[in-house]
Design a protein around this ligand. Sequence first.
Ligand code: Q46
Ligand code: ZN
Ligand code: ZN
Length: 324
Amino acid sequence: MPRKCRKCQRPAVINMRQHKLALCADHFQEWVVNQTERFIKKYRMFTHDDRVLVAVSGGKDSLALWDVLLQLGYQVDGLYLGLGIDGGFGYSDESRAMCQAFAEKHPETTLHVLDIPTTYGESIPEMAARTRRGKGKPCSVCGLVKRHEMNRIAHDLGYHVLATGHNLDDEVAVLFQNTLNWQVGYLARQAPVLPESPGFARKVKPFCRFYERETATYAIVRGIDYVYDECPFAEGATTIYYKELLNRLEADKPGAKLHFYLAFLKARETLFAHWQEEHVELHPCENCGQPTSAPGLCTFCRLLPEEVRPRVRHAQPIMVKSML
Ligand code: Q46
Ligand code: ZN
Ligand code: ZN
């Protein structure tokens, strides 16, 4: 028997066993928007006075997040970083096209695009191969570049808050990994909000309590076009293995992931109430000015060939504004 929406009795598009809640397309959209607003307020992520920059990858989570924040009337724009990853199907080109298509449908928002190969002369896989960082996988170089550039651009363009589309499945997989290894420093910092500090924007994850199937259903019912394929380098990542394990647990015990995450956030308040970050002296990078603990240059600037380094100071993203 297909389920019916709890609110209007029309056919449901989703049944959320952990909430014992089935909803039709209209009521589900409304529920996602209201819940997001609730999480933003509960975790004090930002207010209507803050300028928010959403890091968009062209995938369902980040585009759905951008869409929800626009519906809620926040001052929000998107940032897309072109990584130059092809994977045999033009992954980066397709991702960028999805972000641009979204921006073109929403005249009230702006998409900022920075293409890494055009700006710094090399794609992420090329940088990784040249520097031999990350044992054949470009992910560690990619993470470093994304963190640096997102923070730099947010700062240069006057955004106070950087939002990412991490969902519950992402958060729980990382939490599981950090717990298995008892990485206490990472656990202390794993939260829906990472407060700003001098030189670093506040980082928020408004979708951290939504299951992946919920964000996917939201994107589909809202008619958002997104890239279905993951980055080709994501394959074989440890977090994907943990996601599979956790899916088995969830199938046997609906709500187990959400419980694990929420119980952690609660325990975290006591466990880390007196947590002191190891004090590291930060100083401005000699090239780009961002705070760094490394002597002289930050890790990002050190990654770049010497002749390319001055570009960091002037690299501005291009703006894609709707022509509607
Ligand atoms: S880190 Fe690695 Fe991701 Fe970069 S290279 Fe692809 S899988 S995109 S989140
Ligand atoms: Zn309904
Ligand atoms: Zn630097």
